[in-house]
Structure formats: C-alpha cells, structure tokens
Design a protein around this ligand. Structure first.
Ligand SMILES: Cc1cc2nc3c(=O)[nH]c(=O)nc-3n(C[C@H](O)[C@H](O)[C@H](O)COP(=O)(O)OP(=O)(O)OC[C@H]3O[C@@H](n4cnc5c(N)ncnc54)[C@H](O)[C@@H]3O)c2cc1C
Length: 378
C-alpha cells in the first residue's frame, strides 16, 4: 500500500479522486460533513453537458475508469421558450446532455460513485466536518456561497420525456428556467444570476410558464433549491491543499453545468499524485481554456439580454445545437480577450472573513485574493 491521502468532501470531485487513487494502491480517507453523499441535492434531475468537448462525456468517464453505475439518459432534442413568446425546437445528431439524478438514492450519480469508492477500499467518514487542516489534503468541499442559485420543484407527471428551457429575464434574470422529465418524474427550476431574494417568485413564474405552455400535470410536488460558486484563480495547490470541483471555483460560468468539471478535476488531481506531475500546470492546460470560454460566453449572454435571447434560440435551432455550443466552448484569442474583460466585471461572494491570514489552514479560504472572479494575484 502506498501513502495515505485524505480528501475533504464526498461530492463528485472528491469521490472521483478517491476512486482513482484507491485503484492505484493509495490508502484513501474521505471526510464528509453529512451522514451520506448527495445531501445537498433532492434527487432532482441535472444535465451532464456533452458540448464543451468533442469527446462524449460518458466515454470520458469510462476512459477515467469510472463505472457507469447510475441512471443516465441521453437527450439530443429540446424546446426553447423565448421572451417574445415563441417556442423553438432544437435538435442535435449527437447527445447534447445526459440526464442524471442527484442525491442520496441508489440510482443517483452520487451514490454510484460512493459504491465504487467503497468497493475499492476508500474509507468514508460520514458526519465529519473539517474546517482547518494542516498537511497535504485534497479539498473537494463544493460551493461556499451563491454566485448563482437554483430554486425549483421535483414532481411526478404523466408527461412524456422532455427537456425545455426558458430564456427570459422575467422568469430567470440573466439565467434560465429548465424543465426535465424522464420516466414519469420531473424537475423544474429557475436558475438566477441576479435578484436572489426573489427566488420564490421566479420559481412560481417558471412553473406557471411550463405548466401553461405544455399543459403539464404535476403531482407530489416538492420544493428544492441550491447554489453554486464560480471564480477563476491562478493556483489550486495552495499551502499543501489541492483544490478540486467547485471548491476550486471550477464551474461552467455560462449556465452552471459544473458536474463535468468536478469529475475531471477530481481525476486530474489523483493522476497528478499517482504520476507525480504538477496539478496546477495540468488543470491550466486541460480545464482553463474551457473555463475562460464559458466566462466569455456568460459575458456575451448577459449582453444579449432578453431582447437577444430569441436570436440565440433561433441560432441554436438553425444548426446542430450541440455542435454550435461546442464551437462556442472552443478557446480562441477573441474568447480570451472577452474573458479578461468579463473577469473584471464579476465578483464572487466567497470570502473567508474569519481567517486571520497568518499560516492559513482554512480549507476553503481565498484570503490572498480580493474575491474577484478573475483576479489572479496569488
Ligand atoms: C440545484 C442545482 C442544479 C444544478 N444543475 C446542474 C446541472 O444540470 N448540470 C451540472 O453539470 N451541474 C449542475 N449543478 C452544479 C453541480 O451540482 C456542481 O457543480 C457539482 O455538484 C460540484 O461538485 P463538487 O464535488 O465540487 O461539490 P459537491 O457536489 O457540492 O460536494 C461537496 C461535498 O463536500 C462536503 N463538504 C463541504 N464542506 C465540508 C467540510 N468542511 N468538511 C467535510 N465535508 C464537507 C459537502 O457536504 C458535499 O458532500 C447544479 C447545482 C445545483 C445546486
């Protein structure tokens, strides 16, 4: 057995790192503050995006050695509702995203990874919260405050499987509303980048719009909500702590599709330990270009605003929608320039006000930064 590695947080990033390390002979211990995995989710549906890379995300997971031990369904078509009242249909020849569920049930992606981790000997200490840590550790603690929030419901329905999006600032300011239905279960949420205090109001507006336009019947409705963080920084190896997933600010800045980044960064940090390469160099090479492109996309999306969302929807419907999105996630000189401007515009809410900055051992501290999304001063 090789050296022992400790990981804080049993989310997608932490569990992927744990599985990869344990399979390569490391003794891995994970500390998780809750009594099970997936605690911050509600068995709601999420989309595992398949557009930010040419490689299919499921193939990517398989190549990482992850078993597809959870329910997932491919979606390639969908509907977009515009502020102008149009309903636009979009299609792709490939899978645009895979629908997965999140939470503590057996079929969720969280549980699938937990099963694999335990099978390969990872020790998960549930109910153990770690706020300070001295020594080498992987920090996979997820988001700490909301730069983006989602407010929605899960429900049962007789409706057929469907994916639909509303782009309209009157339903989700600078964000979007989504409806996902699979095999009699559904999720609706409004994803907000502004006006967080009005989350209840926007959730109701979003549900009403989907209900009235699609004549949805909804039963056994349950509310849920959550938040996400994003920021972009220079180093993820800080004071012997290796940051992954949303604890590292890795998120899709455009629409908040963070799962793929969480899993990729968990795998990458594990490989860096196994093979002895520098984690900072590796994530900058493989994750940073897409992160920057998504940041530029956010800037452009906000600039479009409600009047431009119809234009975007029409663009997506006139082409293969997945291919068009893929093109917009490619790094380019223009995207880099826009991302630099965008980085000045957005500021993350994550700040550790309790840290005294001396020999900092806080697991999620960003004390050497000033909280700006794009600031890279460490
Ligand atoms: C409502 C909602 C909808 C979303 N929809 C999508 C979507 O459709 N597609 C998509 O790709 N992404 C989506 N996301 C984002 C995605 O869920 C996250 O980006 C992803 O889960 C991040 O994974 P992670 O491993 O970094 O963090 P998490 O999954 O949050 O895991 C972190 C873990 O660390 C634990 N932890 C935290 N602090 C401590 C501590 N101090 N000590 C011990 N344990 C600790 C937590 O309890 C948690 O289990 C959504 C998020 C929300 C909230």
């Amino acid at each position: 057995m090789k050296e022992g590695i400790n990981i804080i947080g049993a989310g997608l990033a932490g569990l992927t790192a744990a599985i990869t390390l344990a399979r390569n002979g490391f003794a891995v211990t994970v500390f998780e503050q809750h009594s099970d995995v997936g605690f911050r989710f509600n068995n709601d549906f999420q989309g595992l995006e398949n557009w930010s890379s040419e490689v299919d995300v499921i193939q990517e997971f398989t190549e990482m050695g992850l078993r597809l031990d959870f329910d997932y369904s491919p979606y390639s078509d969908g509907l977009i509702f515009t502020p102008q009242g149009e309903v636009i249909s979009v299609k792709s020849s490939k899978t645009s995203f895979y629908l997965v569920s999140r939470g503590s049930r057996s079929e969720t992606i969280d549980y699938g990874l937990k099963r694999q981790a335990e099978e390969c000997g990872v020790v998960i200490n549930f109910g153990k919260r770690i706020d300070k840590y001295k020594g080498r550790v992987i920090v996979a603690t997820g988001p700490k405050s909301g730069d983006i929030i989602a407010s929605g419901i899960t429900f049962e329905t007789d409706a057929p499987d469907i994916a639909a999006i509303i782009f309209d600032d009157a339903t989700a300011p600078k964000g979007y509303g989504y409806l996902l239905v699979s095999r009699g279960r559904g999720t609706i949420a409004s994803v907000l980048f502004r006006e967080f205090r009005k989350a209840d109001y926007y959730r109701t507006v979003c549900i009403d719009r989907f209900k009235s336009r699609l004549h949805l019947n909804i039963r056994a409705e349950r509310k849920f909500g959550g938040f996400g963080n994003f920021f972009l920084r220079k180093h993820q190896n800080r004071n012997n702590k290796l940051y992954v997933g949303e604890a590292a600010g890795f998120q899709d800045y455009l629409w908040g599709f963070g799962m793929r980044y969480a899993i990729r960064s968990g795998y990458l940090v594990a490989r860096s330990i196994i093979e002895g390469f520098d984690y900072d160099t590796a994530w900058k090479r493989s994750l940073r270009p897409t992160l920057e492109a998504s940041l530029a996309n956010r800037y452009l999306f906000e600039w479009l605003g409600s009047r431009g969302y119809g234009y975007l929807a029409n663009k997506l419907s006139s082409r293969d929608s997945r291919d068009l999105l893929n093109k917009h996630y490619n790094s380019s000189f223009a995207k880099r320039l826009i991302s630099l401007v965008a980085a000045r515009k957005y500021s993350s809410r994550v700040k550790d006000s309790e840290c005294n900055h001396d020999n900092c051992s806080c697991v999620w501290c960003r004390c050497v930064q000033n909280g700006q999304l794009g600031v890279v001063r460490d």
